[in-house]
Write a protein that binds this ligand. Structure first.
Ligand code: 1PZ
Length: 215
C-alpha cells in the first residue's frame, strides 16, 4: 500500500532531507530545508489538532519561503547563504524594527531556525530518555531552553498547554515509523548530528551578519 504510506510521517524521510540540505561547500539548500520542515509538520499534524496553531504558523512560514523560491528572484533563493546575501545587498530586510519588509526571507527563516534548535534539544532528550520519561516534560525543557526565550507570555502559555497532551514515549516512537524503540534511538542518533550541523551553519551565518534578533 505505497499510496497510504506516502501520507505517513517517517523519521527516515526527514533524516534524508536534512542529509541533502548541505552542499559540498556547506551551503544550506532552501528546497531541502523546507522539505525537512514539511515532513516535521506532517508529524505534528499526526499528533492531533491541539497542535494546529503551531503547525499553522510553521506552514505559513514555509509558504512565505516557497513563494520566494518560486518567484521572480528564484535564483537568489537557492541556498540560505544566497538568500541572505541577496536580501541584505538589496535592503530587503527590516533589521532593527518592522518596516517595509515584515516578511523577508531572512526573518522568516530565522523563526524556523530557532525552532530547529528546539527540535535538536527535544530529539536529544528523547534519544536519551528512559521508558518512564514524560514526553511533555522533555518537550517543555527543550522549549524553555530555546524557543520560549523568543516568545511572548501568551504563546508560551499556549505551547505549555499543548505539550501536556503530547502522547507518551511509546506512542511517540511508534508514530515515528522506524521500528522498535532501539531502532528509533539509533535513528535519532543518526539524525541529530545532521540537524545540528545545519543549525550551526545557519546560526554562524546569521551571527556573522548580526541577524539573530531580526524583528
Ligand atoms: C511535538 C510537539 C511540538 C512542539 C513544538 C514546539 C514549538 C512550540 C511553538 C509554539 C509557537 C506557535 C505559534 C506561533 C508563534 C509565532 O509567533 C512564532 C514567531 O513568529 P512571528 O510571530 O515572529 O512571525 N513562530 C515561531 O516561533 C515558529 C514556530 C514553528 C514551530 C514548528 C514546530 C514544528 C514541530 C515539529 C514536530 C516534530
Amino acid at each position: 500500500m505505497a499510496g497510504s504510506e506516502d501520507q505517513k510521517f517517517s523519521l527516515q524521510e526527514v533524516l534524508d532531507t536534512f542529509k541533502l540540505c548541505l552542499s559540498e561547500n556547506k551551503e544550506v539548500y532552501l528546497e531541502q530545508y523546507v522539505a525537512g520542515w514539511r515532513g516535521l509538520v506532517k508529524f505534528l499534524n499526526s499528533l492531533g489538532s491541539v497542535f494546529g496553531f503551531i503547525s499553522k504558523d510553521a506552514v505559513s512560514k514555509i509558504q512565505i519561503l516557497v513563494n520566494y523560491m518560486n518567484g521572480e528572484n528564484a535564483s537568489h533563493y537557492a541556498t540560505v547563504q544566497s538568500m541572505v546575501k541577496y536580501e541584505l545587498d538589496n535592503n530587503l530586510v527590516d533589521v532593527n524594527k518592522k518596516g517595509s519588509h515584515p516578511e523577508s526571507g531572512c526573518r522568516t527563516l530565522l523563526r524556523l531556525h530557532r525552532a530547529l534548535r528546539w527540535l535538536e534539544l527535544f530529539l536529544d532528550r528523547l534519544r536519551t530518555s528512559t521508558e518512564d520519561s514524560k514526553t511533555s516534560a522533555l518537550c517543555a525543557e527543550a522549549y524553555n531552553e530555546s524557543l520560549a526565550q523568543h516568545h511572548p507570555w501568551m504563546i508560551r502559555k499556549a505551547a505549555g498547554m499543548a505539550f501536556l497532551v503530547l502522547p507518551g514515549r511509546q506512542t511517540f516512537f511508534e508514530v515515528m515509523n522506524v521500528g522498535p524503540p532501539e531502532q528509533v534511538v539509533a535513528k535519532l542518533g543518526e539524525a541529530l548530528p545532521l540537524i545540528s550541523e545545519v543549525y550551526q551553519i545557519t546560526e554562524d551565518l546569521y551571527a556573522q551578519h548580526n541577524m539573530l534578533d531580526l524583528p
